[in-house]
Design a protein around this ligand. Structure first.
Ligand SMILES: Nc1ncnc2c1ncn2[C@@H]1O[C@H](COP(=O)(O)OP(=O)(O)OP(=O)(O)O)[C@@H](O)[C@H]1O
Ligand SMILES: [Mg+2]
Length: 399
C-alpha cells in the first residue's frame, strides 16, 4: 500500500522538455506530486506543473536546494553532471533514479561501449578519436566507411558524422581539429567543453533495419520488457516507429539478455535500447537511461506506458511481473505506429484533428525547422496498416 498526499515531498524531474512533460502528466494521473527544475517558465514541462523551479541544471546551489525539496529525483536527459548529482544525493539523502553512476557510464559513448562489452552485449567495435591523426587511423582500419560520434551531448543525429570518403574525412578533420586551436592535445577544463572534441569511431553497419525496445526495472529487481519496434531515421533523426515486431527465438534471446544486463547493473528505471538488425544478428547501437522517443507509441497502445512504468520504478512502486505485454485493447495488439511531428518552417504550426490520430503536443512556443513539436500514434490491423494511416494523417499538420 502506498500513500501519496500533497504534504509528502514531491518527485523532482530535472529538465523541462517533452519527456519531462509527459512524465509529469502521467505523474498527475497516478497521484504522484511532481516538481520540475528547468531553465524557463515556458518550457513544455513547466507549463503542466504548479511547482516549478527556474534555474539552469548546472547551477549547483539551485540543484542542491531542489534535491532537498524532493523525495526522489529523476531526469529526462543523461547529459547532466553525474559527480555533482552523486555528491548532492549523499548530502541531502534524496534518492536519484536511474542512479548517477549509471548516468555517468552511459552519457559518454566510450564508457558506454566498455560497459556493453564488459557484460557481453553485442555492439560495433570502436576506436577513440581525439586528433586528426586518430580519425585517419580509424578510417583506414575500418575500410573507409565509418561513423564518428561525439562522446557526449549528441542527440537527434547532432554529433553523428557518417564518413564514406577521404574527402568527407578531410572536412571532418578540418572542422573539428585543424580549424580549432583549442583541440588536438589540450582541452578546456569546463564540464561541457572538455568533451566537445572527443569522439569514437565505429564501422558503418549495413543494417537491414533499426529496431528498439524499452525495458523497465523496479527497485526490487522486477523487469518488464515492452514490445520490440522498428524505428526509421531520416538524417539520423527518428521520423517514425511501427510495431509490434513478431519475436523470433533470436529476438527473444536478445530481450532476455538485455533484461539480464539491467539486472547485472542493478539498474532502476526504464532504459531504451537502440539496435541494428543485421544479416549476422543484432548489435546495440546505443543506450538511453530514461524514457525514449521509440517508446512514445506506448501512450496509446499499452495498458502501462513507458512513462508510467518509469515513474513506478523510480518511486519504488510495484511493476507487473509479467512476461506478456499488456495491450490496451485487441486493436492496439495488431499494429501501431508513431509519427514525430518535426518543424520544417518558422511559422506557427497549424493542424486539423481527426478521431483516428492520438496527438501528443509538446507546447513549444516556437515552431522551428528540425524541432520535435509533438507526435501522434495510430492503430491498425498490422504495423504496416498503422504506418500507412500515420503517413496519410501527417498531411493534416503544417509545421
Ligand atoms: N555505426 C553505424 N552504422 C550505420 N548507421 C549508423 C551508425 N551509427 C549511427 N547510425 C545512424 O545514425 C543514427 C543516429 O545515431 P545515434 O543513434 O548513435 O545518435 P543520436 O544522435 O544519439 O541519435 P538519437 O538521439 O536520435 O537517438 C542511427 O539511428 C542510425 O540511423
Ligand atoms: Mg540514437
Amino acid at each position: 500500500m502506498h500513500t501519496f498526499s500533497p504534504k509528502i515531498k514531491p518527485l523532482g524531474i530535472l529538465g523541462g522538455g517533452q519527456l519531462a512533460r509527459m512524465l509529469a502528466l502521467k505523474a498527475h494521473s497516478l497521484g504522484i506530486p511532481v516538481t520540475i527544475l528547468s531553465e524557463n517558465k515556458t518550457d513544455p514541462a513547466a507549463q503542466v506543473v504548479s511547482n516549478h523551479t527556474q534555474a539552469r541544471l548546472d547551477d549547483p546551489i539551485a540543484l542542491k536546494r531542489f534535491l532537498t525539496s524532493c523525495s526522489v529525483v529523476t531526469f529526462e536527459s543523461e547529459f547532466l553532471n553525474a559527480n555533482l548529482l552523486t555528491t548532492f544525493a549523499k548530502q541531502t539523502g534524496t534518492e536519484i533514479y536511474p542512479r548517477p553512476r549509471h548516468m555517468a557510464k552511459i552519457q559518454d559513448r566510450l564508457s558506454q561501449k566498455k560497459l556493453l562489452l564488459s557484460l557481453k552485449i553485442p555492439t560495433a567495435k570502436y576506436f577513440q578519436v581525439n586528433t586528426a591523426q586518430s580519425a585517419q587511423r580509424a578510417f583506414d582500419s575500418l575500410g573507409g566507411n565509418i561513423v564518428i560520434k561525439k562522446r557526449r551531448f549528441g542527440y537527434d543525429g547532432n554529433g553523428t558524422y557518417i564518413i564514406r570518403s577521404a574527402k568527407e574525412l578531410a572536412t571532418f578533420q578540418q572542422n573539428e581539429f585543424l580549424n580549432n586551436p583549442t583541440t588536438g592535445t589540450s582541452y578546456s577544463d569546463s564540464y561541457s567543453d572538455s568533451y566537445s572534441h572527443r569522439f569514437i569511431a565505429e564501422p558503418f553497419i549495413p543494417f537491414k533495419r533499426e529496431i528498439a525496445v524499452m525495458i523497465a526495472r523496479s527497485r526490487n529487481g522486477i523487469t518488464q520488457r515492452l514490445p520490440f519496434v522498428e524505428t526509421h531515421q531520416e538524417n539520423s533523426r527518428c521520423l517514425w516507429v511501427k510495431g509490434p515486431i513478431a519475436e523470433s527465438p533470436a529476438l527473444k534471446l536478445l530481450g532476455n539478455s538485455l533484461e539480464e544486463f539491467l539486472n547485472q547493473l542493478k539498474y532502476t528505471g526504464i532504459m531504451g535500447f537502440e539496435i541494428f538488425e543485421t544479416d549476422h544478428g543484432y548489435m546495440i547501437n546505443e543506450l538511453a537511461p530514461r524514457v525514449h522517443n521509440s517508446g512514445h507509441y506506448s501512450l496509446d497502445v499499452l495498458s502501462e506506458d513507458q512513462f508510467t512504468l518509469h515513474l513506478k520504478a523510480v518511486m519504488g512502486l510495484e511493476i507487473a511481473n509479467t512476461k506478456d505485454v499488456c495491450y490496451k485493447n485487441s486493436c492496439a495488439k495488431t499494429g501501431f505506429a508513431m509519427w514525430n511531428l518535426i518543424g520544417s518552417h518558422q511559422n506557427s504550426a497549424q493542424w486539423q484533428l481527426k478521431p483516428d490520430i492520438h496527438l501528443h503536443w509538446y507546447g513549444k512556443l516556437e515552431n522551428r525547422p528540425g524541432r520535435k513539436m509533438g507526435h501522434f500514434n495510430c492503430l491498425g490491423s498490422s504495423p504496416e496498416t498503422a504506418l500507412r494511416l500515420a503517413k496519410k494523417n501527417r498531411r493534416l499538420f503544417d509545421l
